[in-house]
Design a protein around this ligand. Sequence first.
Ligand code: PA5
Length: 453
Amino acid sequence: MTANSQLKLDIENVMSVRVGSDHGITERELKGIRNSAKQAIKKCMERYHAGEIGFMKIPHNYSALEQINASARGHKNRWENLVVIGIGGSSLGITMLSDALCHPYHNFLDRELRNFSPRLFIIDNIDPEALSGLKTIIDPEKTLVCIVTKSGGTVETWGNFFQYLSIFDYKPKEDQIVAITDEEEGFLNKFAKIHGCPILPIPKDIGGRFSVLTPVGLFTAAMMNIDITRIIEGARNMHDSCINMDFENNPALQIAAITWFLLTRKKKVISVMMPYSNALRSFSDWYGQLWAESLGKRTSLSGATVFAGQTPVQALGATDQHSQIQLYREGPNDKLISFIAVESFRFGGPMHKAPEGTPLEHLRFLDTAEVLNIELSGTREILTQSHRPNLTVTLPAVTPYYMGQLIYLYEMTTLYTAILLNINPLDQPGIEAGKQYVRDSIEKVYLARTGDA
Ligand code: PA5
């Protein structure tokens, strides 16, 4: 594996020769798909060159990367705990990166084994128990709090921060809070300025679900000693592939065009994301938000009512072979299943040498990773035999570099799919309406209780 090697994409099992022409793509259809893809990349490149797609600038924004690294350096080795408060795009990417790249039992390791990085607690939902539970395990004096909200006004995030302050009855010093928010406006921006807390800016043109490679995801990653420069190098490498006009060498364009075709012509209305690696379990959650929020749109760019979208479903191999696969194999044939395979694992090793004559004694010739990958091949095969289209992305290993590639691959895939569906992937009117409703309801309660109603 070289520094510049790349994720591999295998689309063989979406073709009709493998899964039949009712559910797969014929050679003739593939020609049509290539033509549509050509139009999509043209439109994408026009918008990219006009500077309209914020997240596509990230791989070349060296100064933003240096600012994040410098800020993390100022906090390194100082804190026993890092509490990150944010929700949606302001937490899912952080969880994905830390689950993928930290030790699987990071918070249980002692300081030296953690290489002096803090224990990490990500608080997203406004569930009262999640925060109260922290009271028994962290000392607020030894804790850095990172508040993440692009808009600056998300109710759950502020609710959690206020609850944090009240359960500990503690006022953090100004260097104990890092605010990650819009560069110019919003309530968190104001709050940070009033209280003298440093602000790490989220560029205006990058929305929550596309923001993991900004300070939103990278500050925490740097605090956890993850090499964020390598993450960005991986993203940069993938950027080059994903703007390649040649369909066969552009993995995002291929996945997007296949998805669009199977969704609109073969009714594959569900997108299952199934990594075979615990480290990538949260990748599926991050992908779920990216896919649902970007593609779930009522209207097309021309104003027609289209109710676009493909429902994302999170699964984990091999665990979900023991639950969801029954449905995928024998239930409605309405899914495109994406597997993420990993070639080489950080930890692992041979199985215990079971004595001859015991059940499954032949496991002794294999290590855990081999068994996992045999399970993946088996699942791919049985689904294909049942005419269920599926594709596989293979990572040489779960490293910062390949995570950068994987993240950028799916951001670009989302963008191309939206272009093909003729919808805007960068807004989220449905989410905004929900947020406004919550704010209004809270205000009504406030007015009723203060007698101002
Ligand atoms: O992708 C999005 O825009 C949303 O999911 C947001 O990330 C989420 O609502 C949190 O918003 P904010 O970062 O403004 O607190």
